[in-house]
Design a protein around this ligand. Structure first.
Ligand SMILES: Cc1cc2nc3c(=O)[nH]c(=O)nc-3n(C[C@H](O)[C@H](O)[C@H](O)COP(=O)(O)OP(=O)(O)OC[C@H]3O[C@@H](n4cnc5c(N)ncnc54)[C@H](O)[C@@H]3O)c2cc1C
Length: 389
C-alpha cells in the first residue's frame, strides 16, 4: 500500500487536506482541480477544535496562529433588543477542554496554506484546469477522464468535488441537491469601517423569527465576516459569487437592532453576496470498488453548526490513516466508511435541525438549554488523529 497512487478530484479544503494527510503518511497523491487558477473566493470558515487539531497535526499551526482569529467569547443575542441570551466561553477555555482552539479563518487563507503545504511536499502534485468528467475501474486500478482530454491512472479515486460532485453522480445517480428553504447573504467588512464597540464580543449570532445573523473576525482581526440567513419559499441561486446589494439585505433584516444593522450597513458594495443554501439527504455508503467520496461531495452540510469544512477536514485525516493502515484499497475504504459515515451524516442532520432551532424558537425564550453547538452536541472532542480506523 505504500506504493499506492491516489487520485483526488477537487482541490477544495477537503481534497487538499486529504492530499496533505496522505503525503504525510508517505503516499503518492495527484490532485485534479477544475479551476484554471486558484483565486480569492469565499469568506469566513469556522474551525472548531475538532478541525483545528487536525490542521495543527498536519503542520499548519503557524498559519492558524498567524491568520486565524481565536474569539475569547461568543454570544447569542436577541434580534430586536440585542440582549445576550447565551454567553459562550471560547479562547483558552476551549483549548483546556479540547486540546485545540476554536478559531475562524478566511477560506482563502486556509486554502492557500494547504496549497503551499501539498506543493512543498510534491511540487507537481496539483493539476489545475482538469475537470473530471468520468472514470472507469478494474481490479488493478482506476482511470480518471478529464474534459481537457487528459487521463490519469491510479489505485484509488477520491471525489472531493463539492456539492455538485461528478464522482457522486457517477456512483449514486444524478439527483440535484435539495434547496433547504434558506437564502444567505455573506459580506466582508474591513474592521476600520466599524467602531470596536459594535463588535463585542468578537463572535456573535442574533436570532429572530425566520432570520439568523452570525458575524466574526477573520484574517488577524482585520476583516469582519458575516452570514445573514432568511427563510424563503422561493428558490435561490447556488454559488459563492452571486452579487447582491446592501439595500436588499437591510430590507430583509429591517427588524434587527441597530448594532446588527450598522455592521450590515458598513459592507463595501462589492463585498455583498447572496446564495441559496442546499444540502442532500445522507448517503448510507460513499464508496464503490476503488472510488469514494469526501467532504461536501459525500455530505454537504448547512452552516448552522459551523461544521461543514470541519467534516471535510476530518474525512481527509481519517481517509489517510485508513489507507496507511489497510492491506488493500477495498479494506481502506471499508475502514474509512466505518469511521466516518455515521459521524458526518449525524452532523448533516444535526445542522439541519439546528437551522430550525435557530430560526423558529421564540427568542424571548431562547436560553442555554435551547442552544446547540459543537460543545453541547459533543462534536469538538472528536479526534480524527487518534480515532479508531
Ligand atoms: C469557491 C468556493 C468558495 C467557498 N466559500 C465559502 C465561504 O465563504 N464560507 C463557507 O462557509 N464555505 C465556503 N465554501 C464551502 C466550503 O469550502 C465547503 O463547504 C467545505 O470546505 C467542504 O469542502 P470540500 O472540499 O468538500 O468542497 P468545496 O470547497 O466545494 O471544494 C470542491 C472543489 O472541487 C472542485 N471541483 C468541482 N467539480 C470538479 C470536477 N468535476 N473536477 C475537478 N474539480 C472539481 C471545485 O472547483 C472546488 O475547488 C466555498 C466553496 C467554494 C468551492
Amino acid at each position: 500500500m505504500q506504493d499506492l497512487h491516489v487520485l483526488v478530484a477537487g482541490a477544495g479544503i477537503g481534497g487538499l487536506t486529504a492530499a496533505l494527510a496522505l503525503q504525510r503518511a508517505g503516499i503518492k497523491v495527484s490532485v485534479y482541480e477544475q479551476a484554471p487558477v486558484l483565486g480569492e473566493v469565499g469568506a469566513g470558515l469556522t474551525l472548531a477544535s475538532n478541525a483545528s487539531r487536525i490542521l495543527r497535526h498536519l503542520g499548519l499551526g503557524a498559519v492558524l496562529d498567524d491568520l486565524a482569529v481565536v474569539p475569547e467569547r461568543g454570544a447569542v443575542k436577541h434580534y430586536r433588543t440585542g440582549r445576550t441570551l447565551v454567553d459562550i466561553p471560547r479562547g483558552t477555555t476551549q483549548v483546556e477542554r479540547f486540546g485545540a482552539p476554536y478559531c475562524q479563518i478566511h477560506r482563502n487563507d486556509l486554502h492557500q496554506a494547504l496549497v503551499a503545504a501539498v506543493r512543498s511536499a510534491a511540487p507537481d502534485c496539483l493539476r489545475l484546469g482538469c475537470t473530471l468528467e468520468d472514470f472507469g475501474q478494474d481490479e488493478r486500478g482506476v482511470t480518471a477522464l478529464f474534459a481537457n482530454g487528459r487521463t490519469a491512472r491510479g489505485d484509488l479515486l477520491v471525489g472531493c468535488d463539492g456539492i455538485r460532485s461528478t464522482v457522486r453522480a457517477r456512483l449514486f445517480g444524478t439527483e440535484d441537491p435539495r434547496f433547504t428553504g434558506y437564502v444567505a447573504w455573506r459580506g466582508l467588512v474591513p474592521m476600520e469601517r466599524l467602531s470596536a464597540s459594535l463588535v463585542v464580543p468578537d463572535s456573535a449570532v442574533w436570532i429572530g423569527p425566520g432570520h439568523f445573523l452570525t458575524r466574526y473576525k477573520i484574517r488577524r482581526g482585520e476583516l469582519l465576516n458575516y452570514i445573514a440567513i432568511a427563510r424563503t419559499s422561493s428558490w435561490v441561486e447556488e454559488g459563492w459569487s452571486v452579487r447582491s446589494t446592501v439595500d436588499s439585505l437591510l430590507a430583509e433584516f429591517r427588524d434587527f437592532e441597530p448594532t446588527a444593522r450598522s455592521i450590515l450597513m458598513a459592507t463595501p458594495p462589492d463585498q455583498c453576496f447572496k446564495w441559496g443554501i442546499f444540502d442532500r439527504d445522507p448517503l448510507p455508503a460513499w464508496s464503490a470498488g476503488r472510488v469514494t467520496l469526501l467532504g461536501d461531495a459525500a455530505h454537504p452540510t448547512t452552516p448552522f453548526l459551523g461544521q461543514g469544512a470541519a467534516m471535510a477536514v476530518e474525512d481527509g485525516m481519517v481517509l489517510a490513516r485508513a489507507v496507511a493502515a489497510a492491506g488493500t484499497v477495498e479494506e481502506a475504504l471499508a475502514r474509512y466508511e466505518k469511521a466516518r459515515v455515521a459521524r458526518a451524516n449525524g452532523v448533516l442532520v444535526a445542522s439541519r435541525e439546528n437551522g430550525l432551532n435557530l430560526t423558529t424558537t421564540d427568542p424571548d425564550r431562547y436560553d442555554e438549554a435551547a442552544h446547540r453547538n459543537e460543545e453541547s452536541l459533543d462534536l469538538a472532542s472528536y479526534d480524527a488523529v487518534t480515532v479508531a480506523v
